[in-house]
Structure formats: structure tokens, C-alpha cells
Design a binder for this molecule. Structure first.
Ligand SMILES: Cc1cc2nc3c(=O)[nH]c(=O)nc-3n(C[C@H](O)[C@H](O)[C@H](O)COP(=O)(O)O)c2cc1C
Length: 132
């Protein structure tokens, strides 16, 4: 049973066969904004914009799956340059306080995403910890 549960999770959660063609397929089917998460390389950013995405999330997904990936902040300047204003660029990963937000915005991100910080605050001090 545990093995079956893991297999079901992997089947539904991750699809290693996904390609750029899937993005083109999606773009053809919706006029809703598409935001692509997990971009770290300027070539991928360029390609994503060429496929018509509206937004890019510069992210290593928290360094959880690919633990040797570079940091999102390191990748941000080159991605911004590659995108050249043709899509919204957001920064995800490692935002732990206001200073991190200001750095990301200063470098040129439109906004940041917060993954674990609120959960840490919640664990330590409940809802006030989360807000803080
Ligand atoms: C428990 C957990 C589950 C996550 N699940 C997903 C997911 O299903 N898809 C995804 O793109 N990122 C997932 N992430 C990554 C977050 O969306 C986000 O990229 C990451 O936490 C940002 O880094 P930070 O925690 O340093 O802010 C997950 C992160 C955590 C901690």
C-alpha cells in the first residue's frame, strides 16, 4: 500500500515527459495569463516568452527537488535581461524578510513569492508569528 501510494503521487504530481510543446498546446487553448514557474536560465526565459507566457517565476522550487540548483536571486539579473520587459518577472525562493523583498525589487523583479517563511512563523508563534 505505501508503495502504491507513492506511485500514485508521482504519477499525478510530476510529469518528467513534459516539453515546450505542452506550453504551446496550453497557449493555444487559453487567453488567460500563463505564468511559468521554475525558470533559472536566460535561454529558458527567452523560450518561455517566445511561447507566449505572460509571467515567469524565477525559482528553484525551494531547492527541494534539485538541491544543486543555483539560487533564484543569482539567476534573476540574466533572466530579466533575456525577458527584456516582454513578460512579468517574479522572484521565488529565499524570501525571509523585508530586506530580501527590497533586494529582489531593486534588481528588477515585479514582486516576490513567499514559500516557507509564513509557515515557520506559524509553527513558532501561531497566527501572530505568521503575520510578523
Ligand atoms: C511543503 C512544500 C511543498 C511544495 N510543493 C510545491 C509544488 O507542488 N509545486 C511547486 O511548484 N512548488 C512547490 N513547492 C515550492 C514552493 O512553491 C516555493 O517554490 C518554495 O517554497 C519557495 O522557496 P521559499 O520556501 O524559500 O520561499 C513546495 C514547497 C514546500 C515547502
Amino acid at each position: 500500500m505505501p508503495r502504491a501510494a507513492v506511485e500514485l503521487f508521482l504519477e499525478s504530481y510530476s510529469r518528467p515527459t513534459i516539453t515546450w510543446d505542452d506550453l504551446a498546446w496550453l497557449r493555444e487553448r487559453t487567453r488567460l495569463p500563463i505564468v511559468l514557474k521554475g525558470v533559472l536560465h536566460p535561454d529558458d526565459a527567452r523560450r518561455a516568452v517566445d511561447h507566449g507566457v505572460d509571467g515567469i517565476v524565477v525559482s528553484n522550487h525551494g531547492g527541494r527537488q534539485v538541491d544543486g540548483a543555483i539560487g533564484s536571486m543569482q539567476a534573476l539579473p540574466a533572466v530579466l535581461q533575456a525577458v527584456g520587459g516582454r513578460a512579468t518577472v517574479l522572484l521565488d525562493r529565499g524570501i525571509r524578510g523585508g530586506a530580501d523583498v527590497f533586494k529582489a525589487l531593486h534588481v528588477g523583479a515585479e514582486a516576490v513569492l513567499v514559500g516557507r517563511a509564513w509557515a515557520y512563523g506559524l509553527a513558532v508563534a501561531g497566527s501572530p508569528g505568521c503575520a510578523r
